[in-house]
Design a protein around this ligand. Structure first.
Ligand code: NDP
Ligand code: PYC
Length: 337
């Protein structure tokens, strides 16, 4: 079968059909489809259509509740909580985000705690939903033990993604979103599928020796980005988005799941800030001052994070989403099941 160009609606229809057939409730099928299609639209392949099969495997293994109903609880504090009930995180986030935004406006800053969710997704769709409300935001979660701490020799930390967004007037927001490992585990899997060697410095094998073989890396451990610095940020995520919110750390999540072939279950922490509420008029409008900083950066030839993603989005909106023949075959196979 040859590759294909699909409209966003066509890809949405196809992925959603597969998700429903795989047993997800309409709520979850729609929420998962949105992030997977957004990943392909924005050329973020490590969290695009290749993730569909992993989601189905996780459902089939009984490791996620496919029809869980997220339960929101909110008191008069700045913290809103969603109990995901063992379901995927995406619908839980969508349930909590409007209240998080409302509380951030009211208090200046607020937190959304999601507990007991299965998480496989990129974080930038969540961040963008909050920057659309004019808020700055941070999101973070553990994953499962697959990264050695700096100076260590075996998997302990997760690939622990960390994302941040800052709203901009009449422009795409400033957003970064990255694994705190050198690369997302999904990236290693894509190297394995392509039969390519990893760059140096990404991983160690099960004996703690450096490796460029993706199989040995998946069997061993990935390395944190920036040595001790990435290792410390990853540890912070274990503390804030696992220990502090009463949910599983990455080693605990791996122990509960028993494998890295399925999507892990744990919690997530999202923080939102009203950027106009902190300076009390000192030094001028924060959003305008941020623009000066961005202009100084791009003026030197640096690019802003997400610039590549937004360019890919524009192209996909105009021309459709190009999938390889292997990706089309995967989706057709999953649809036929
Ligand atoms: P990348 O290294 O691909 O990108 C990280 C960020 O850096 C992006 O915002 C990217 O913007 C930006 N960036 C890249 N190159 C430059 C540059 N030259 N100048 C300025 N900015 C740049 O991300 P990762 O592979 O680390 O992570 C990919 C995804 O995996 C993330 O979305 C993350 O949430 C997800 N993930 C999810 C996990 C989970 O447990 N749910 C675990 C780990 C990762 P741009 O996109 O425009 O290139
Ligand atoms: O790409 O590292 C990753 C990942 C782990 C869980 C979901 N994505």
């Amino acid at each position: 079968m040859s590759g294909a160009i699909l409209t966003i609606d066509e890809l949405t229809g196809l992925v959603e059909e597969i998700m429903l057939k795989g047993g997800l409730s309409p709520l979850h099928a729609a929420a998962l489809t949105r992030v997977i299609v957004a990943g392909e639209r924005d050329a973020c392949k490590s969290h695009g259509v290749y993730r569909v099969e992993g989601c189905l495997r996780t459902i089939k293994a009984g490791k996620v509740v496919p029809d869980a109903v997220p339960e929101l609880s909110s008191d008069d504090s700045a913290i809103v909580r969603v109990a995901a009930g063992g379901g995927f995180s995406n619908a839980a986030f969508e349930a909590g985000a409007p209240v998080l935004a409302e509380k951030a406006r009211k208090f200046g800053l607020a937190a959304l705690v999601i507990n007991d969710c299965t998480h496989f997704a990129a974080l930038w769709p969540e961040i963008e939903l909050l920057t659309e409300h004019g808020l700055a935001a941070m999101a973070m979660c553990p994953s499962y033990a697959s990264v050695a701490p700096s100076g260590g020799s075996a998997a302990l930390l997760g690939t622990n993604p960390f994302a941040f967004g800052w709203p901009r007037r009449d422009k795409n927001p400033y957003v970064f979103d990255f694994a705190t490992s050198v690369a997302a585990r999904g990236e290693i899997e894509l190297y394995r599928r392509a039969g390519k060697q990893l760059p140096d410095g990404w991983a160690i094998d099960r004996d703690g020796h450096p490796t460029t073989d993706p199989e040995a890396a998946l069997d061993g451990a990935m390395l944190p980005f920036g040595a001790h610095k990435g290792s410390a940020i990853s540890t912070m995520i274990e503390l804030l988005a696992a220990v502090m919110i009463g949910d599983l750390t990455s080693p605990e999540a791996l122990e509960a799941l028993g494998t890295t072939a399925l999507a892990p279950a744990h919690g997530e922490l999202i923080l939102a800030f009203d950027p106009t509420r902190f300076s009390q008029g000192r030094a001028g409008d924060p959003l305008a001052r941020a623009e000066m900083l961005f202009e100084a950066m791009t003026g030197q030839g640096a690019r802003l994070p997400s610039q590549r993603r937004f360019a890919a989005r524009q192209k996909a909106l105009a021309e459709g989403i190009r999938l390889t023949s292997e990706e089309m075959a995967l989706l057709e196979r999953l649809r036929g099941k």
